[in-house]
Design a protein. Structure first.
Length: 77
């Protein structure tokens, strides 16, 4: 059986930037979190780990978590 961590994941910056505007800050990116009413960019995309974290609503994860949350999907879907 194929393990989830063996599947090639697309670049998180490419995927997230299709949904929100990102601004490069150092090595990482920041933007308005789509998961809550964000007025001040609180979503950080960490390029080196390919993960994201929102410091406003504490949502975090990888590119699959971002897309699943955005589309309202679960692993069962």
């Amino acid at each position: 059986m194929l393990r989830l961590d063996e599947i090639h994941k697309p670049d998180i910056v490419e995927v997230v930037s299709q949904h929100i505007t990102l601004k490069k800050v150092g090595n990482d990116y920041k933007g308005l979190c789509p998961f809550h009413d964000d007025k001040d960019p609180s979503l950080v995309i960490y390029v080196d780990t390919q993960r994201f974290k929102c410091f406003g609503c504490d949502t975090h994860g990888d590119v699959l978590d971002f897309v699943m949350r955005l589309k309202g999907l679960s692993l069962k879907d």
